[in-house]
Design a protein. Structure first.
Ligand code: FEO
Ligand code: CA
Ligand code: CA
Ligand code: CA
Length: 686
């Protein structure tokens, strides 16, 4: 019988420490929710309330058409039966063996609070790379007490989040790209004085943000990975590296500053959270809680993006006036984008793609239509914010010539940006906010992608195209997008074509003056989050409709307000606060958590999405104290995770650490990337 650990008490949304809230999101959860628009939400909307244009367009695509990849489009308001058909039926058998779906045949790790990475029996692990390890030529070995900005600029950054592994034509080697979301100064600097940071400390923090590119070497016959330092592809991008703004809003007056009158050249990238890997061999990285780095915001748009009206936590504005919105009001407009980086070209200038809109980008995961146009799915991670997609008007070239690559680096500059609006198919009265399933047995319905802008053409009344791109949240408000429970990572299944959206939590849902439960966000004071599954005919540019249903409603399976795609709850692991998602080679979805609220440390889980084991969720690992599990990559022979902010517990400092991971007592705690593989060298989970 499953035994749960006692609940940890935390006043912080998503179970994070005050320290995490302060440094990661600028205490986003303590501020008023920035979305004060009076949008309807899914449960309130009946099909007839949709705009006439949407209804007609969606009706035109009403026939359920099975695409080759299994993706389908449903009609505007499918019955439960129709939606089930759209998704290909439920098809649970629940019989068979107990060893799990292919790819998930491991003994689940029990929930625990061990200060280590705990992996299943028969599995081993190695720390691939730690904060501060030198990766560039000339960078010194890490010494926490002698750290300099110059050293940090050649070393692996802090708080690794998104990970991507790209192939390399060198035997046994791959290219690892990692995001470095934010810095946690009290855990980086001994005796850190938050009221008076030094210039050196601030510059170290600038250099510890951004991205790392580092080639890694596989060990023969195991999944172990080690960094190849000084490889010519190794690279650091920081808060001061040069980036180019491209696409329809580049050069806009809204993006010009006193040092950049062109509105196209930005120094740095900030708060890079999750991301995606493109089929043309680049990576996408989402700039998330950029607002916290800017002081003295005062405009209405600053407010919608959560900029504070006073000094910032890190006080960067004392050292560079661009971080003071009172002096440089447009500088913050140059953050909050999706960054595209070509890791194969160490001299390339990374781009911020304005066509993909500006919000708190969690991630950006692309796939190709059959005729080769990229479709990119994106979440805006804030309570009551939206999720989006971008469809390029250009086709990818499959070759690898210089001109093909140059062409492919323009794919994300032209196309249409859409926001999602969802409609439930059950009567609103059946969605009571407790998570109780409605009478049709499923939280499900239909949706429509509402176009916001195509190139220079705005589809939003009262907003120019440039305004749509720079103030995308306002565009979403105006068209009545559906307010979601923190849309995080989004991942299309390479097998079924369905798209999975992790909704982490929203403890404000249902509070006075805030939107209440709806069918897609069915729990008030939602602590544990849910995962939405979406089926659409994404190949067809004329189709803007989709069918959706909740795949998982997370929590303790003993809690009646949970749902595991209908799978028997006694056979699943407890899960809370889904965040990053990724697919394994077998079509199983892997989910990492951030701020789990069930008494266990955060972890990584695998779940079957198809077949008779659909919904069977198993925990693969847990991370050390205070850490969040990030960046999962599941390859045949290894699982890679980024262990972010280990030891980030209230009151912890360098001298009073809450965690001693990864190097044991007396050594500074270091965010690191970990590879997990089988001791017998065989594939994961088979
Ligand atoms: Fe950086 Fe939404 O997590
Ligand atoms: Ca329903
Ligand atoms: Ca995240
Ligand atoms: Ca992902």
């Amino acid at each position: 019988m499953r035994k749960l650990l006692p609940l940890l008490s935390s006043n912080h949304a998503g179970g994070r420490s005050a320290l995490t809230c302060r440094y990661r999101c600028g205490d986003a959860c303590f501020h008023e929710v920035p979305n004060t628009s009076d949008n309807e939400y899914a449960g309130d909307i009946i099909a007839g309330a949709l705009s006439r244009r949407s209804v007609m367009r969606t009706a035109a695509a009403a026939t359920v058409v099975a695409a080759a990849g299994g993706a389908v489009v449903a009609n505007n308001a499918p019955s439960a039966e129709a939606a089930a058909t759209a998704f290909g039926g439920h098809g649970h058998g629940h019989g068979g063996t107990t060893d799990g779906a292919r790819g998930l045949r491991f003994t689940p790790v029990a929930p625990n609070t061990a200060d280590q990475v705990t992996v299943p029996e028969g599995y081993a692990q190695n720390v691939v790379i730690r904060w501060g390890e030198p990766i560039l030529r000339g960078a010194p070995a890490f010494d926490a007490d002698k750290q300099t900005a110059r050293a940090q600029a050649g070393q692996f950054g802090y708080n690794n989040d998104f990970l991507s592994l790209l192939p390399l034509r060198e035997h046994g080697r791959q290219v690892l790209v990692a995001n470095h979301e934010y810095t946690d100064e009290v855990l980086m600097f001994r005796n850190y004085d938050a009221a008076n940071p030094t210039r050196e400390q601030v510059e170290i923090a600038w250099a510890a943000h951004g991205l790392s590119v580092v080639v890694v070497q596989e060990e023969h016959r195991s999944g172990k990975l080690t960094p190849v330092s000084r490889h010519y592809l190794n690279r650091r991008l920081t808060a001061t590296s040069e980036f180019r703004l491209t696409g329809p809003a580049a050069g806009s007056d809204l993006l010009k500053t006193s040092v950049d009158p062109t509105g196209t050249k930005v120094l740095g990238t900030l708060n890079n959270c999750a991301g995606g890997t493109t089929p043309w061999g680049t990576i996408l990285s989402g700039e998330e809680n950029f607002n916290q780095y800017f002081a003295n915001g005062s405009s209405a748009t600053d407010k919608r993006y959560g900029l504070g009206t006073t000094a910032t936590e890190r006080k960067w504005e004392r050292f560079d006036k661009r971080f003071d919105a009172a002096q440089e009001p447009n500088e913050s407009h140059r953050f909050g984008w999706v960054v595209e980086l070509d890791p194969y070209d160490p001299d390339s200038t990374p781009r911020k793609r304005t066509a993909l809109g500006r919000f708190k980008h969690e991630a950006a995961q692309p796939r190709l239509t059959r005729d080769g146009r990229p479709v990119v799915y994106m979440g805006d991670d804030e309570r009551f914010d939206y999720f989006y997609k971008f469809v390029s008007s250009k086709r990818m070239k499959k070759g690898n010539s210089r001109s093909d690559r140059e062409h492919n680096l323009t794919l994300l500059d032209e196309g249409t940006l859409y926001v999602a609006k969802l409609t439930g198919d059950s009567p609103a009265a059946e969605i009571d906010g407790t998570g109780k399933l409605p009478n049709d047995g499923e939280f499900d319905g239909s949706g429509v992608w509402i176009p916001l802008a195509t190139g220079d053409v705005s589809h939003v009344e009262g907003m120019t195209a440039e305004e749509v791109y720079v103030f995308t949240r306002l565009a979403g408000d105006k068209v009545g997008a559906t307010k979601m429970d923190r849309p995080e990572d989004v991942e299309p299944s390479p097998r079924s074509g369905r798209v999975y959206v992790a909704l982490t939590n929203n403890t404000d849902r249902g509070k006075a003056g805030k939107a209440g439960a709806d069918e897609a966000n069915p729990r008030n004071l939602n602590k544990h989050g849910q995962i939405l599954e979406l089926a659409e005919h994404w190949d067809d540019p004329a189709s803007d409709g989709f069918a959706w249903r909740l795949f998982l409603v997370a929590g303790d399976p003993n809690d009646p307000a949970t749902y595991f795609a209908g799978y028997p709850k006694e056979a699943v692991s407890p899960i809370s606060c889904p965040d990053n998602v990724a697919f394994d080679p077998h079509g199983n979805l892997w989910i990492s958590t951030d701020g789990a609220q069930l008494g266990s440390h955060d972890g990584l889980f695998g779940v079957a999405t198809q077949g008779e084991r659909r919904g069977e969720l198993k925990q693969f690992l847990t991370v050390p104290k205070g850490a969040e599990t990030c960046g999962p990559i599941i390859q045949d022979r290894r699982v890679l995770v980024a262990v972010q902010h280990p030891g980030e517990i209230d009151g912890a400092t360098v001298d009073k650490p809450a965690s001693v991971w990864p190097d044991g007592p007396g050594r500074i705690v270091r965010p690191s990337v970990v590879a997990v593989y089988r001791k017998d060298g065989r594939d994961i989970g088979v």
